[in-house]
Ligand binder design. Structure first.
Ligand SMILES: Cc1cc2nc3c(=O)[nH]c(=O)nc-3n(C[C@H](O)[C@H](O)[C@H](O)COP(=O)(O)OP(=O)(O)OC[C@H]3O[C@@H](n4cnc5c(N)ncnc54)[C@H](O)[C@@H]3O)c2cc1C
Length: 532
């Protein structure tokens, strides 16, 4: 991997509390539920989101998890949070996968992996720009930005999805030009941008935003091909956010609603003539390179989504088994009608996760930037599987749990002297499991599979990282159908190679794995994490 500017200063890792505190140094203009936010760090609407992101900081400093959650950026001679790491090997891809799964097991969705995915995509487009134009301006600019993000241990929101307006029209054809973020002015000091990014996860409680185009651009759309970074409180930025998780629900009653503790905010981010200095502009007008960035970012991101949803799946598997037990089946494996849906759930989760593992193992170094990118076919198949099977995951969790998860009286009844005792009596199932534990598991399951927040998990799975059509397009674009056609033609003795330009044989790829294999003999590919 090419050397980036070598960092010689102190290594900084924030813990969760320091991250939360660091947000006070910024004063973004944020609205939530129709009101202005005074202090993001203190606003109850964002506490679950900040809690979840803070876990990515705390885990990196936790002695047992640090070997996985920190990564060695050898090109810079320092350790960094894995969510900010530029992958240097297939093992890094596997470790990132495992790290994201671990974070999402704990928080439902830890959000910060988007930063990892965007930094890796940005490394690739910067190298592509230099190779096309000559020089190293873009590599150096990216290197300086990477040092800024890694050394500051920053949280960066990824502002890619534009408002897009009329989907049947290109950016320059939109009646409202602010449907896409675009350059409105260039001067000696930098650029000025306006427009709207429609869905930015964690935007209010990150330090910076990385603005990227959301589609391949044509020449007419050159002004919309803009990629730059800026602090969240840059003048001219307004965020209109949703609360993270379910922060307002019954905090006084102690029902352990997962989404009261952990959640994710998304914001519409409006840019109104926002100035960005040249040192933070990665490209401006280079429409030919939008595709390199969107493709690279999407491949990294879909690979991360696989791990994120596997972490969520782990929660459903654990809660499903606990519901079976609370209902009276200590061993759900002994009953075929419970074992089968549980196995189906496990098959789905580990099935798409296996695609993530395969994408890592078959990952390859980007020929220009040198960082490792997961295999696009396996990344897209894994993401496509989870995008649609998330609904089956919910169904299977419901099947083993029973209807109580949406029918149980609310947590207020747990404290009602007129009803609490008799409810605890009549709604107990397994004599070994007290009613409050059964209710707790049922409410946890409701939270994850039958609430507003469960809809969030469905939608992030289906559309986050791109809608299913985008994955199908990438699978078809990269799958070596041509090799399979050649195989059959050879078996039929038909001599396909005589005409290599037939559309059906065009998509051919060399063997994916290198001769040396992905690890040296005796060397672990992944950092082994102690298991409890
Ligand atoms: C919870 C959540 C969090 C997210 N977080 C982020 C984030 O942090 N940063 C970020 O940048 N993005 C984020 N996204 C956005 C995500 O990448 C988009 O939702 C996704 O790319 C789809 O875009 P869209 O929602 O605008 O849907 P649309 O583009 O409106 O698509 C809707 C449907 O129309 C189809 N369609 C759209 N255009 C066309 C066309 N021209 N021709 C034919 N069919 C078409 C699509 O295939 C899809 O089936 C997030 C999304 C969700 C749900």
């Amino acid at each position: 991997m090419p050397q980036l500017a070598l960092y010689t200063g102190p290594q900084r890792f924030m813990d969760g509390a320091a991250y939360r505190d660091s947000l006070r140094q910024y004063s973004p203009r944020v609205f939530v539920d129709g009101r202005a936010v005074e202090s993001v760090a203190d606003d109850p609407a964002f506490v679950p989101g900040i809690n979840a992101l803070a876990v990515s900081y705390d885990f990196a400093l936790d002695e047992t998890r640090a070997p996985l959650m920190q990564a060695e950026q050898t090109s810079r001679g320092r350790s960094v949070n894995r969510m900010l790491h530029i992958n240097e090997s297939a093992g890094d891809l596997l470790n990132k996968l495992e790290a994201v799964r671990l974070l999402c097991q704990e928080t439902g969705c830890a959000q910060r992996y988007l930063t990892h995915d965007a930094l890796n995509g940005l490394a690739q487009v910067s190298a592509a720009l230099d190779d096309a134009k000559g020089g190293r301006e873009h590599r150096d600019r990216f290197g300086a930005y990477l040092a800024h993000v890694q050394d500051g241990d920053l949280a960066v929101g990824i502002a890619m999805t534009d408002a897009k307006g009329d989907r049947s029209r290109k950016p320059h054809q939109q009646p409202h030009t602010d449907a896409y973020v675009h350059i409105v002015e260039r001067n000696a000091r930098g650029i000025v941008i306006s427009g709207t990014k429609a869905i930015v996860t964690s935007a209010p409680y990150v330090h910076e935003l990385l603005v990227m185009p959301c589609r391949a651009m044509g020449e007419d759309d050159a002004d919309f091909a803009v990629c730059c970074a800026l602090p969240v409180d840059a003048e001219g930025i307004t965020m209109v956010a949703r609360p993270a998780g379910r922060p307002g629900e019954k905090p006084e009653h102690g029902a352990p609603l997962f989404s009261r503790r952990y959640g994710q905010s998304t914001a519409v981010v409006i840019f109104d003539r926002v100035f960005v200095p040249w040192e933070r502009v990665f490209f401006a007008g280079d429409w030919q390179h939008s595709e390199v960035l969107t493709y690279s970012y999407a491949t990294h991101h879909r690979h991360s989504c696989i791990a994120a949803r596997a972490g969520f799946g782990d929660l459903l598997i654990g809660a499903g088994a606990l519901m079976c037990e609370a209902n009276g089946f200590d061993d759900p494996g002994a009953k075929a009608n419970l074992r089968e849906p549980m196995v189906e759930l496990i098959k789905i989760v580990e099935g798409f996760y296996a695609c993530g593992v395969a994408a890592s193992v078959y990952g390859a170094a980007d020929p220009r930037a040198g960082n490792f990118m997961p295999d696009p076919v396996f990344s897209n198949i894994g993401k496509l599987l989870l995008a649609t099977q998330i609904y089956d995951m919910h169904r299977l969790a419901h099947e083993v749990s029973g209807g109580l998860i949406v029918a149980l009286p609310g947590p207020d009844e747990d404290h009602n002297p007129a009803t609490a005792a008799s409810l605890a009596d009549v709604l107990r199932a397994n004599p070994a499991i007290p009613y409050d534990k059964r209710a707790e598991t049922a409410r946890f399951m409701e939270d994850l599979t039958a609430s507003y927040q469960s809809g969030w998990y469905s939608l992030i799975s289906l559309h986050g990282g791109g809608s299913p059509a985008a994955m199908k397009q990438e699978i078809w674009r990269h799958y070596p159908v041509g090799d399979k056609v050649a195989l059959v033609e050879r078996l039929l003795d038909r001599g396909v190679l005589d005409n290599p330009d037939r559309p059906i044989t065009r998509n051919r790829q060399p063997g994916r794995c290198c001769d040396a294999g992905c690890a040296q003999p005796g060397q672990a590919v992944m950092v082994p994490l102690p298991r409890p």
